[in-house]
Design a protein around this ligand. Structure first.
Ligand SMILES: [Fe+2]
Length: 154
């Protein structure tokens, strides 16, 4: 089965560490899509994946914001405001999903797809050239922590 969101160069920011984290967010939304289309026990699995999506989003945004502070990114306030909005949106949705007030529908999946891809393609693309100029490495050779502690619970 093809992915709900395909990774492509259009989404890449050209910095492997951050791309790997973005890929993990994309993978979580793809998992959610798969769970809704072919999984058993859909509601329970959806809740689990949504929780993980929130946790990882919080961590990923914190990593980006740390980098911005370390390198004194001039658009820090603006970017953090975007993060704050995105966090609030998805937390609100998750609260409703966890309580059963809201189901994971195709509409919600498309919202999440736009939620992540728009942010990466618009806001995140802006910081990449800045960080690279500051000496942040395009790629690393070490094993990353990304994905290691995040296994979708099974
Ligand atoms: Fe960001």
């Amino acid at each position: 089965m093809s992915n709900f969101i395909d990774w492509s160069d259009k989404i890449s920011v050209g910095i492997q560490e951050l791309d790997e984290q973005h890929k993990h967010l994309v993978a979580l939304i793809n998992r959610l899509f798969e769970a809704m289309t072919e999984g058993e026990n859909k509601a329970a699995v959806a809740k689990e994946i949504m929780n993980e999506l929130i946790q990882y989003t919080v961590i990923h945004f914190a990593v980006e914001e740390s980098l911005f502070r370390i390198f004194e990114y001039p658009d820090y306030d603006d970017h953090c405001r975007h993060h704050q909005e995105l966090r609030a949106q998805v937390m609100e949705i998750n609260k409703k999903v966890q309580s059963g007030e809201r189901m994971v529908t195709p509409e919600l999946l498309f919202f999440l797809k736009k939620w992540i891809t728009n942010h990466i393609m618009v806001e995140d693309q802006k910081y990449a050239p800045f960080l690279l100029k500051k000496g942040v490495k395009r790629s690393w050779v070490k094993d990353s922590w990304v994905g290691k502690f995040w296994s979708f619970g099974h």
